[in-house]
Design a protein around this ligand. Sequence first.
Ligand code: SRM
Ligand code: SF4
Length: 564
Amino acid sequence: MAKQSVEQIKAESRGLRGTIGAELANGDHFFSAAAEKILKFHGIYQQEDRDARKQDRTLDHHQFMLRTRLPGGQLTADQYIAHDDIAERYANGTLRITTRQTIQFHGVLKGELRDTVREINNALVTTLGACGDIVRNVVACPAPTADPQRRAVQDYALSLTDALFPRTNAYHQIWLDGEEIIDDHEIEDPLYKQTYLPRKFKIAIAYAGDNCVDVYTNDVGLVALFDADQQLTGFNLLAGGGMGMTHNNDATYARLADEIAFVTPDQVIAAVTGIVSIHRDFGDRENRKHARLKYILHERGVEWFRAELVQRIGFDLAPVKPMPPFTVHDHLGWHEQGDGRWYLGLHVENGRIVDRGAYRLRSGLRAVIEGFDLPVRLTAQQNILLTDIPPGDRPFIDALLDDYGVRRVEAISKARRNALACVALPTCGLAITEAERVFPHVIDQLETALEDLGIPATDITARMTGCPNGCARPYVAEIAFVGRSLDKYTIFLGGSPAGTRLARPFLDLVPLDQLVSVLYPVLAHYRDQRASGEAFGDFVARIGVDHLRALVPEVWRTAGAFGD
Ligand code: SRM
Ligand code: SF4
């Protein structure tokens, strides 16, 4: 049978049913290529354990990753505990906080998929729409606040989710009821139509001044603005950001979103829905590498885009309003919420909640969340906030976390605190190199280098991904290591600490064990030549990567350098 395109598979999926139901019952350990594509819309990825596959290719190593959709990264205590139970019962005993405030389970077997989805649904959480050519988890600044105006901003993560959710009964029928009854009227989704979007679509909501969600890297960004009385006036609307690119393919690139317009609170849903429909109608349906909204913006321009949007939404758009400069708050440590209660932000290295030796993060989190009934919020930096804590409980929570060896942010260097790495090996089928598993050691080396240089407290953001798709948003980091070929990385430098400028390629094909040593002369130059208070990324942008490249040993400039 000829290979079907993703567009054909979507068109024939009968409201995202495809052959998933039938294939669940066929006794195989895996799904067909076509079913696999539709499965993604249900928040489920077919994967293999690549470590195990390397060891024995004669065995079947298929397993599944499930991603729960958590708008704004919010969960109740019971929902968190349900995730923890599921990780133990069906997955690999870990929970993985993602860079979009969701939780992933890895290592679920096909025969247990239905039970896993059912248990997720029992906790009133869904995986539907967490992946696929559709609006993904809506990200929002998670910092708890008692201020109703600021809470209203976070509530847009929920109302946008509702407005942009796929209208299909397929998920319920396949996973929960086990019976497929097709209502003809729901086969064509009112927004997504029969073929859904050409590609994934991402939305983030930030408060003006705090770019903790990397708002410029999203297809749509909303930046909340307040007047002098702290009343929400509306949002600056951004569009056309994205990170994914492919090595040696100049037609693909990372891009920051353009500033499009200012919208009032009652215009937000219509404006964002209008943009989703522009992507639906103008996105490339032939070439998936060119199908993101960012290419529409780049090729047709902001003026065209604004005019098309106005025509679709039926009201004029006001110009973008001035915004204060962004910084990034990671919300770690103890903070007052403004209602007499507190929240505690805990660092989770690369988002992996796991017990390792004396550092029993998973058990410690469970004990505290269950014991004190604490609602949870996940951050877009893969960390966790425990919220609604009465002041009197603080010492008990601290003591309990100490019992489990859970490190507090004060004990963590700035370099580690800011670091992000994607999942990569062994589960990601697209990984070229390691990321999550090796990045802690790279950060060890970075810490040592900064200490040797006498600047241990440098506030620097480094990120690593196992391929150029950019899942840890490397191209806005001050230092980025992007998997290039076996154990070798491209180094990018010079993103702004606020996530508002793209990094530039610096060196190519640098082996894992030399990533930090090759940067040592650049870090030394930064120590000696920086302006007062100048961040590393801003220093790189001022001096220029070409100039800085001349500082590294000759071998790197000739072997793996980008041309000047
Ligand atoms: Fe991603 C594909 C993991 C955030 C850009 N991403 C994947 C897959 C599903 C691999 C695959 O298609 O088979 C990875 C699964 C790995 C695994 O084993 O779990 C994967 N992406 C992740 C996560 C888990 C990274 C993390 O360590 O936290 C993040 C899950 C987000 C979520 O909860 O929804 C994740 N991915 C991102 C981001 C960052 C963001 O959205 O803020 C990006 C860059 C922004 C963007 O979309 O431009 C991102 N992921 C991609 C791409 C490139 C898309 C493109 O435009 O070219 C792919 C590849 C693809 O879609 O074909 C990809
Ligand atoms: Fe996989 Fe690449 Fe994304 Fe890392 S950046 S999770 S290697 S797709």
